[in-house]
Design a binder for this molecule. Structure first.
Ligand code: NAP
Ligand code: GDP
Length: 300
């Protein structure tokens, strides 16, 4: 019986599972609900995707919520899994966990080597503690639980909030609205920062692999290790949405970290032939999904 937490979210909805739950099915910040849920459904394996997730704006403006909700969800899920005899568990971290000042590329051993970037430190510390909890439970209870670190994920069923979404979903939504209204497209920052984007269905396939075959105490990075500038990303989104207007760079909005290149050599060692969805192709699928489902999209 495979339980997917965050099953109503972008990544969770792309993963195969017997039980896929969202916050309405079980509020993971409440211990009694989580404990009762495990008691009733008795999952044997868990992919824990649920989290309070947001882009740079949400992370900067709701630090208390991001810290509290994430630390509670992770603590509860891992503890309930232990008590109720779950054999395998995969928990999601994020590249935000890495120190701000660190030698690039980011690799699995560098997580705790300095404070995270201030723009998302509350979320990052809560996620770092998930790594600490998993290692502690492996040592004390001999549990074969693992964690994974994907880079910037995008895909169908993302959170398309204009303010609190990640860059891909926010831009798709804003570009769509600008096209419909015949207006300019407002883009945050300078366009120079670099990010590594990965398609949600690739992350889903990789996490299903990790559940079966990844057994190390150290997390594993899920990344294409290909950097794209925000400017290049905007150009692709504009092309896919047939946007003909002008771009307006809002340089008063934050750029965040300039880049966070990651080292995917560990994953490559395990899966040398893994085929990633090329960015333009993944963006096309995401834009098509958005246009097909609008206005029935997640924004909150
Ligand atoms: P998402 O689309 O925002 O989905 C979040 C999921 O968490 C939803 O199913 C939501 O349920 C659930 N959730 C939130 N609060 C909850 C609560 N109190 N109780 C129960 N469920 C709750 O997230 P995602 O983008 O798929 O991210 C999946 C995982 O990957 C997260 O752990 C995230 O930290 C990690 N990650 C994401 C990215 C990225 O770029 N998106 C990058 C690296 C790592 P409802 O919708 O039903 O409320
Ligand atoms: P990050 O990778 O954790 O920093 O998160 P994001 O997915 O929010 O990416 C942030 C980068 O995209 C920053 O350089 C922003 O300046 C840039 N960006 C441009 N437009 C937007 C937007 O509409 N929303 C977000 N979240 N970021 C944007």
């Amino acid at each position: 019986m495979r339980l997917i937490t965050g099953g109503t979210g972008m990544v969770g909805s792309a993963i195969e599972g017997d039980l896929k739950i969202g916050s309405k099915d079980c509020d993971l910040t409440k211990w009694t609900s989580v404990n009762n849920f495990f008691e009733q459904h008795k999952p044997t394996e868990v992919i824990h995707c649920a989290a309070k997730v947001g882009g740079i704006w949400g992370n900067m403006n709701y630090k208390g919520d991001f810290f509290r909700e994430n630390i509670l969800m992770n603590t509860h899920i891992i503890e309930a899994a232990r008590i109720h005899g779950v054999k395998r568990l995969v928990a999601f971290l994020s590249t935000c966990v890495f120190p701000d000042k660190v030698e690039y590329p980011l690799s699995e051993i560098k997580i705790h080597q300095g404070p995270p970037h201030t723009s998302n430190d509350a979320y990052a510390y809560a996620k770092r503690m998930c790594d600490v909890q998993i290692r502690a439970y492996r040592e004390q209870y001999g549990l074969n639980y693992v964690s994974v670190i994907p880079t910037n994920i995008y895909g169908p069923n993302d959170l398309f909030d204009l303010e609190n979404g990640h860059v891909v979903p926010s831009l798709i939504h804003r570009c769509f609205l600008a096209r419909e209204a015949g207006k300019d497209l407002e883009v945050w920052g300078s366009g120079t920062p670099l990010r590594e984007f990965i398609y949600s269905e690739d992350v889903a396939r990789l996490s299903e692999w990790a559940l079966k075959d990844y057994e190390e105490a150290e997390p594993i990075i899920f990344s294409t290790s290909e950097e794209t500038s925000i400017k290049e990303l905007v150009e692709m989104v504009a092309e896919l949405l047939r946007f003909k207007g002008k771009l307006k760079w809002q340089t008063d909005k934050p750029d965040g970290q300039f880049r966070k290149p990651s080292d995917n050599s560990k994953l490559k060692k395990y899966l040398p032939d893994f085929k990633y969805t090329p960015l333009f192709e993944g963006l096309k699928k995401t834009v098509d999904w958005f246009e097909e489902h609008y206005p029935e999209i997640r924004t909150k």
